[in-house]
Write a protein that binds this ligand. Structure first.
Ligand code: SPV
Ligand code: MN
Length: 620
């Protein structure tokens, strides 16, 4: 039987117009395997996109909320974050992908996941979507075909990505595409029932990703972290970078705008940095970086935000707050539903409601967990899904097909005791090695598992790596070859703590750190050389705290925050070195840079002790 007979004439015409055999074949194979009742082909036409929105609510995967355009979706209780253990690469026999990248033998894995996908769309509609990673009509763009039976996933992609049907049509079957097949599997109460059979398999040979028995965005939305994995491989082949990075514009003197990208592990301040008041945002999660005209240029692969909603409040996040509290297209996921039509979340700056419904069922404020602790009203990884263009601070160059020039790259982690709040590298390789490759962070609720455990998180991209780690670092070292100006590299740390557990720096202080970086990129202020890199001068920060925050910045605070903690940094270097010694592909340069940093720290320790005041390094 011709499976495409399930297509109505309109759907058939939509596929024919593309003239892309790969699309026809993928859709036919998916239909044969998953046995949907119907197939809906979505083009870029507003009525097609509207149908997805309507069906998301009609199918019960989303529910309408009080404000016009707002909906809520729940993922199942065991499907609240990325499932790293069940996300694997399908690797053909004889191929070595690299240590700890989670591989499954290809044929075996395909048989397993196809077994789970068999008949998975019975009684459902298969949705066929054409999207584009990166701006359309751009050298950065990668057309993507998403097949799913989840109206919620399809709706999320409307919010998060550029429509790509016209991009496919323009390309007439030429060039590379990524393909994704997703099924939420059997649903119970609107959520995936068979989570123990959740699998996310990435077929690197065919650039196809299969995902089954899940709905949580990080597991289900093909274009997000699943595409990032394919993109990392493509980038490595073609000489560009695919990174877990935000892109923001920082305003400098006289109307100057300088673009920064930043890599932070999930739930470590990436979105809040990209969203800083007074600056502009291009993206908060994934960037592609290419060399063009002597500069490194970046685009956001996305056009929306799948952001963590916990802690979003009207004072700290006025711009997101505005979008979340006025009518407009917003999907809330895994928040607390109050009175059947109002979303609430953890630490939203309001009184905690008495009761409501959350991902686990009915909730009330007097509920106690196993250890007698109060039960959170919503999941810590609850999210909002919005379009960037709905934000008042959306940068006008979001869709620039040329990308924006990258002035600086920031690496930041959740680090309570080692690094200073802001630090500039001596040069590109020093930054790549000691800031990016050595990045560490304490785990968060964005992935399943224990939180608060210090883990190595190279470039905040380790979760998504699809090539051996050493090779990946080598690609970073190489990327600046031939550039007229390499971006500066900075490290930031918002999470220094005093022994009693309080944070040493304020939430708003990051506004100052980015202004300092902006000035440094243009050579507009000096810095102090320490064994770790370059730190700000006290006077410059005091002036910036006054200008940006209207606040006084005490010398004592500076001295505490910017003290060089020698033993902690030596221990971190040792952990980094141990990690890379295990990686056969590590470039030797990495070890040289680590050795030099260790020597500088040892010498400073001999002269000044374990914890060294920043004033010690001021010359003259
Ligand atoms: C992250 O966890 O890094 C996210 C959300 O940005 S997702 O990858 O989609 O789970
Ligand atoms: Mn992310």
């Amino acid at each position: 039987m011709d499976v495409l007979s399930k297509l109505d004439p309109d759907g058939r015409r939509k596929l024919e117009e593309l003239g892309d055999a790969r699309v026809d074949e993928f859709v036919a194979a998916a239909a044969r395997l998953c046995e949907p009742d119907a197939i809906f082909v979505c083009t870029d036409a507003p009525e097609d996109i509207a149908r997805i929105r309507t069906m998301a609510a009609e199918s019960g995967e989303e529910r309408k909320l009080a404000l016009d355009g707002h909906t809520i979706h729940f993922d199942g209780p065991r499907d609240q974050a990325r499932d790293k253990a069940n996300t694997r690469y399908l690797v053909p026999e004889g191929m070595e992908l690299g240590r700890s990248l989670g591989a499954v033998e290809r044929e075996e894995g395909l048989a397993e996941i196809k077994g789970f996908l068999k008949g998975a769309m019975r009684g459902k509609t298969m949705i066929v979507r054409f999207m584009c990673l990166g701006p359309t009509g751009s050298e950065f763009a990668i057309p993507c075909l998403q097949v799913t039976d989840s109206w919620y996933v399809a709706h999320s992609e409307s919010q998060l990505y550029r429509a790509g049907y016209e991009e496919f049509r323009r390309r007439k079957g030429e060039g590379q595409i990524f393909r994704f097949l997703h099924s939420a599997g059997e649903l119970e109460g609107g959520v995936s029932k068979n989570v123990e059979a959740r699998r996310i398999y990435i077929d690197i040979a065919d650039e196809v990703v299969y995902s089954v028995n899940d709905q949580y965005g990080g597991n289900s939305i093909g274009l997000k972290k699943l595409a990032l994995r394919l993109a990392i491989r493509k980038a490595a082949r073609e000489g560009w970078l695919a990174e877990h990075m935000f892109i923001m514009g920082v305003k400098g003197p006289e109307g100057r705008v300088t673009y920064l990208t930043g890599a932070y592990p999930s739930a470590c301040g990436k979105t809040s940095t990209a969203m800083l008041p007074g600056e502009s945002i291009i993206g908060d999660d994934i960037a592609f970086l290419r060399k063009k005209g002597g500069l490194l240029r970046a685009v956001n692969t996305e056009s929306g935000i799948f952001g963590i909603i916990r802690d979003v409040n009207s004072d700290d996040d006025p711009l997101i707050w505005d979008v979340l509290t006025r009518p407009g297209e917003v999907i809330f996921s895994n928040v607390l539903l109050v009175g059947g039509d109002t979303p609430r979340w953890l630490n939203d700056g309001r009184d905690v409601p008495a009761s409501g419904t959350n991902f686990a069922g009915e909730w009330s404020s007097d509920m106690k967990g196993p250890e007698g602790k109060p039960v959170d009203c919503a999941h810590r990884n609850a999210r909002y899904t919005i379009k960037l263009s709905d934000l008042a601070n959306c940068d006008p160059r979001l869709d620039d097909p040329e990308g924006v020039p990258v002035g600086g790259v920031i690496y930041g982690g959740r680090d309570s005791d080692t690094n200073v709040p802001v630090l500039e590298s001596f040069d590109w390789p020093h930054g790549v090695v000691t800031m990016g490759a050595s990045l560490e962070s304490e785990t968060t609720a964005a992935t399943l598992g224990k939180v608060g455990v210090r883990t190595q998180s190279p470039m905040a991209n380790l979760d998504f790596l699809a090539i051996p780690l050493g090779e990946y670092i080598a690609k970073h070292l190489e990327i600046v070859a031939g550039l007229t100006t390499a971006p500066r590299i900075f490290a930031s740390n918002y999470f220094q703590k005093v022994p009693s557990g309080e944070y040493l720096t304020g939430m708003a202080d990051k506004r100052v750190w980015v202004k300092w970086m902006e000035l440094r990129i243009h050579g507009d202020c000096e810095a102090i050389e320490t064994p770790l890199g370059l730190i700000p001068k006290y006077d410059d920060l005091a002036r910036l705290f006054k200008d940006v925050l209207g606040a006084d910045y005490a010398r004592a605070d500076y001295e505490e925050q910017f003290a060089i903690r020698v033993p902690e940094n030596l221990a971190k270097l040792e952990r980094a070195e141990a990690l890379y010694r295990e990686e056969p592909t590590t470039p030797p340069e990495l070890f040289e840079i680590i050795a030099a940093q260790r020597e500088r720290l040892d010498a400073a320790r001999k002269a000044h002790g374990d914890r060294i005041s920043p004033f010690v390094f001021v010359k003259g």
